[in-house]
Design a protein. Structure first.
Length: 240
């Protein structure tokens, strides 16, 4: 049974949807205008999503202070996942984790390829001290991932499990990796990007064994993001 904090949100909200938010300042010349617009949208999206995944474009645009303001309307309402794909040495990872905790994130995404010693093992230990969950990337959804990263799937999976992560990031566009991860990690939380714009159908990753599907552009680039999230959330129910 899935015991992560993310799964607690999923059960409570009857949702297997995680919204990927990768917006940057772009045409917004003032941070305050960006925050004002998207804080309202995120609040509405949180009604239908178990979690909200914040990507590097947003983190780089706003910094810790701006992120805290942006996420103030959704803290405690949806699980907040920092998609930083951490892949640094232990002391740097620790500093990033401390900032993530200050902002109010519940979890963070890291790469498993940094290895165990002074790598993922140390990262997970630091995260636990700070009350954060770690989700390890063991495969990716874009075609180029098959050149190096995905070829080492079994080794990355072994590293992630030995490190004691809370969950695994496995691509919806490559369902065989979901199935392999589920067989090896029955009690772990699996989250799957690549749904919607990258080609995987809504609900397809759940059918293969994932716990949550991550949807970004299909929602945020639609004419009505809130209506789109409501529609997708209606399919990705925890109880079905």
């Amino acid at each position: 049974m899935c015991e992560s904090v993310l799964c607690e949100f999923g059960r409570r909200k009857d949702s297997r949807l995680v919204v990927a938010f990768d917006e940057s300042l772009g045409e917004f010349h003032e941070e305050s205008l960006f925050i004002e617009k998207w804080r309202k949208v995120l609040y509405e999206l949180s009604r239908y999503a178990a979690g909200i995944k914040i990507g590097l474009p947003t983190v780089a645009s706003l910094g810790a202070s701006g992120l805290s303001k942006l996420l103030s309307s959704v803290k405690g309402k949806s699980y907040l996942l920092a998609d930083l794909k951490l892949a640094d040495v232990a002391h740097v990872n620790r500093r990033v984790l401390e900032l993530a905790g200050m902002v109010g994130f519940n979890g963070i995404i890291a790469h498993a390829f940094i290895g165990l010693e002074a790598g993922l093992s140390s990262l997970v230990s630091s995260a636990r001290e700070l009350g954060l969950e770690v989700y390890a990337v063991v495969a990716m959804s874009h075609p180029g991932a098959e050149e190096v990263l995905n070829r080492n799937f079994n080794s990355l999976l072994e590293i992630a499990l030995k490190a004691g992560v809370s969950g695994l990031v496995v691509p919806a566009t490559q369902p065989r990796y979901i199935e392999m991860a589920r067989r090896a990690a029955k009690e772990y939380t699996l989250i799957s990007p690549g749904v919607g714009a990258q080609g995987a159908e809504i609900g397809s990753a759940i059918k293969r064994g994932s716990d949550f599907e991550i949807v970004g552009r299909a929602i945020l680039e639609s004419e009505d993001p809130v209506a789109k999230a409501r529609s997708i959330g209606g399919v990705l129910k925890w109880s079905t």
